[in-house]
Design a protein around this ligand. Structure first.
Ligand SMILES: Cc1ncc(COP(=O)(O)O)c(C=O)c1O
Length: 361
């Protein structure tokens, strides 16, 4: 969201996560820090098993179910660990050590997910794509695999699936840390979805897991009790203390998304923001985007300038004009503009105008 400094120029935060939050949501969080929903207590002091926090948790789940049109057959878990921890917990919950899990590698995060899962079960990389998700026809699938894993949006590489694989009888599992709730989703196509919260769902500390209930109780090596998805589902995410403030903030974000008109409306806004930036990249042959046109991410726009020196100058000048946190992932480099739900359209316009000026300078 836009923040004004005392010198009045707007400041836009393009960070990839933790990322920009809407000012209304920050204000709700601030109020809850001193008086949470009229209890007279801070959200930080509320017992997680009491009725007040239970209401907060229930309301957040209801909003999520409403926004995603989540079928009753899916359970929602509010857990800790970050998506990186769930790279392991997904394998521990869905596969026995001798089972084979399939991974489609399309960038940094799916590569990390596959490497971590390989510590707990057999991993087969069934296809790789560098500038686009490989078409499903070339995936080297095998019947009887425990699950098939994709990363729907590669945050570091700026690549996104704009189609969904069929996956057949093998449950499709997706890391949606960067694009869950940024567009409508056919949840029924997935067996399990997980996402860190600090991009579109509030703040760090919360990992959302949405799991089809028939996948709970698989005969697996087993995860630690607090990351046993079946146990957490039975206990409404309260096997141990859940990240209460992060859940409060997720609820506030979800209500904000409902007020903004839901996922169709947000998707349209996100598409427009991305179009503005890709337009600036494609103008004038100066910037380059390594991702194929049909697979460019609508939420993490990654691009390069002709030299690293020019990239450094671009970042410094952009920051000087209030266009903040545009550096690419340290492992990838370049420039990255993250355009999650809260980032206003005018931020993309301001960055595109800066890019045009910089190109001509
Ligand atoms: C797609 C994706 N997966 C996983 C992660 C890791 O999330 P965390 O740092 O919360 O473990 C990130 C973080 O940026 C991500 O973008």
């Amino acid at each position: 969201m836009a923040k004004s400094s005392s010198s009045a120029a707007p400041r836009y935060n393009f960070a990839s996560g933790p990322a920009a939050l809407p000012s209304e949501v920050l204000a709700e969080g601030q109020e809850a820090l001193t008086d949470c929903l009229g209890t007279g207590l801070s959200i930080l002091e509320l017992p997680f098993s009491g009725p007040d926090f239970t209401r907060i948790l229930t309301a957040a789940e209801q909003s999520l179910r409403h926004l995603l049109r989540l079928p009753e057959t899916y359970r929602v878990l509010f857990l800790q660990g970050g998506a990186s921890a769930h790279f392991a917990y997904v394998a521990q919950n869905l596969a026995a050590p001798a089972d084979c899990a399939e991974y489609v590698v399309t960038g940094l995060w799916s590569r990390r997910a596959a490497a971590e899962a390989a510590r707990y079960c057999r991993v087969r990389v069934v296809a790789e794509g560098r500038d686009a998700p490989p078409p499903e026809a070339v995936w080297d699938r095998a019947p009887g695999s425990a699950y098939c894993h994709i990363t729907t949006n590669e945050t570091a590489d700026g690549l996104q699936y704009h189609w969904l694989p069929a996956a057949g009888d093998v449950p499709l599992v997706a890391d949606m840390s960067a694009d869950l709730l940024t567009r409508p989703l056919e949840v029924e196509r997935f067996g399990l979805i997980y996402a860190s919260a600090q991009k579109n769902l509030g703040i760090a500390g919360l990992t959302l897991v949405i799991v089809r209930q028939d996948l709970l109780h698989r005969p697996c090596a087993g995860a630690p009790a607090v990351f046993d998805y079946a146990r957490q589902a039975e206990n409404r995410s309260k096997v141990n203390t859940p990240p209460t403030f992060a859940i409060f903030m997720a609820g506030a974000m979800l209500r904000w998304m409902e007020r903004r008109g839901g996922l169709e409306a947000l998707a349209e806004e996100n598409r427009r923001k991305a179009e503005v930036l890709y337009g600036a990249i494609d103008r004038g042959g100066y910037y380059s985007c390594p991702v194929a046109a049909g697979s460019r991410s609508l939420v993490n726009v990654c691009f390069r300038l002709p030299t690293p020196d020019l990239e450094a100058r671009f970042l410094a000048e952009a920051a000087g004009r209030g266009l903040l946190n545009l550096q690419g992932h340290p492992a990838v480099g370049g420039i990255r503009a993250s355009l999650y739900n809260p980032l206003p359209g005018e931020a993309a316009e301001a960055l595109a105008a800066f890019m045009d000026r910089f190109r001509r300078s």
